[in-house]
Design a protein around this ligand. Structure first.
Ligand SMILES: Cc1ncc(COP(=O)(O)O)c(C=O)c1O
Length: 359
């Protein structure tokens, strides 16, 4: 039976014409992903990751991240981070991260509460760690009074829409490894980074020395799903137990895995991420021409951060959804998604200009 012909008792509760700039998670599911899910449907497959799709996914990830890569699909990004960090750290371990890191500010304390991991934070100008910034927290080994800094976590692209180059990540990994620390990358937007850098994933992950990665799918067109990718299996073990203990083991895993196959076997990941990045650039260009609006951070992926009068933002929010990034300064964040159109950007830029005109 063709899925499109199937009757459903559900009714549409939303207007698909309503668009926003609040988050790349507000977007729906790419049709090629929906087609892949339908393809994997029907018949019975062994549950909990012993299915044919998850088996094939290992090849897909090895192609992008090298022969040693091991892929563990999970439900969401917070879960991926919590599982990955646990795999790097003993009970007394701590992770060094930027103050703005998602693990620090947007996970309701899950790394601390679920995994018991202390986060040693560092303020950064642009959301990026450096060896020097890491050193502000990388000390006190052997001191039983201090949670031991045994891992570093960086985000690519960062929460502030900025990017690390492969050399910058390599410098962090070399530095961390010299101190006996392992490196995690929160790659919930790794595809946006690869598209913007125009470099293969492995160049700024595996080849740079990253030990474990949270690879994002949801923000790039999936229905749901992320993958914890072990890049250094000699140092990082026991993922399967940690995933189950952390409630991230999907019984019908084939439907998560097939989405990643659809995303990564061809160029869907690049089309989606490249498009989202291009839409952010288009927005940046448009608003730079509007007097009184200041783009306050480099636009290197799919996020635009701007300052404009607060009352203008509040009026705009009645027309389009977006968030204040910093309630104190009034800085706002505008995100583009894989399905943001040029017309969406142009209409939004016009709305900003109109509201500025009334300022
Ligand atoms: C940098 C970063 N990491 C991880 C996540 C994953 O979060 P979630 O648990 O909502 O999938 C997000 C989502 O906003 C994010 O921006």
């Amino acid at each position: 039976m063709n899925a499109a012909d199937v009757h459903t008792d559900a009714v549409r509760h939303h207007d698909p014409a309503v668009r926003g700039f609040a988050s790349d998670n507000y977007a729906g599911v790419h049709p090629e992903i929906l087609a892949a899910i339908a393809l994997a449907n029907g018949g019975h497959q062994v549950a909990y990751g012993e299915d044919d799709y998850t088996a094939h996914l290992q090849d897909v990830f090895r192609r992008h991240f090298g022969e040693k890569a091991e892929a563990f699909p999970v439900f969401n990004g917070t879960g991926a981070n919590v599982v990955a960090l646990q795999a790097l750290l003993p009970r007394w371990g701590a992770v060094v991260a930027a103050e703005t890191a998602h693990i620090n500010v947007d996970e309701c304390g899950a790394p601390e509460k679920v995994a018991g991991i202390k986060i040693h934070t560092v303020p950064t100008p642009d959301g990026k760690l450096t060896p020097e910034l890491i050193d502000r927290q990388a000390w006190g080994w052997d001191d039983e009074h201090r949670a031991q800094p045994l891992a570093v976590s960086l985000t690519q692209s960062t929460e502030l829409g900025t990017l690390y180059t492969a050399d910058e990540i390599k410098a962090i990994c070399d530095h961390a490894h010299e101190h006996g620390m392992l490196v995690h990358v929160d790659g919930s937007r790794l595809a946006n980074a690869a598209a913007s850098l125009d470099r293969p994933f492995r160049e700024f992950t595996t080849d740079a020395g990253v030990d474990i990665l949270s690879f994002g799918g949801t923000k790039n067109g999936l229905l749901l799903g992320e993958v914890v990718v072990v890049l250094n299996p000699e140092r990082v073990r026991n993922l399967k137990y940690l995933r189950k203990m952390s409630m991230q083991l999907a019984s019908k895993m084939r439907f998560v895995s097939v989405q990643f196959e659809a995303l990564l076997s061809g160029d869907l990941w690049l089309r989606n991420a490249g498009h989202a990045n291009a839409m952010a650039k288009r927005l940046e260009t448009a608003v730079r021409g509007i007097e009184g609006v200041t783009v306050v951070r480099p636009v290197q992926a799919n996020a635009v951060f701007a300052l404009l009068p607060r009352e203008v933002s509040e009026r705009l929010q009645k027309r389009y959804r977006f968030y204040f990034w910093d309630e104190h300064t009034g800085e706002v964040r505008w995100m583009a998604a894989f399905d943001t159109t040029e017309a969406d950007i142009d209409a939004f830029a016009t709305a900003i200009a109109e509201e500025m005109g009334r300022a």
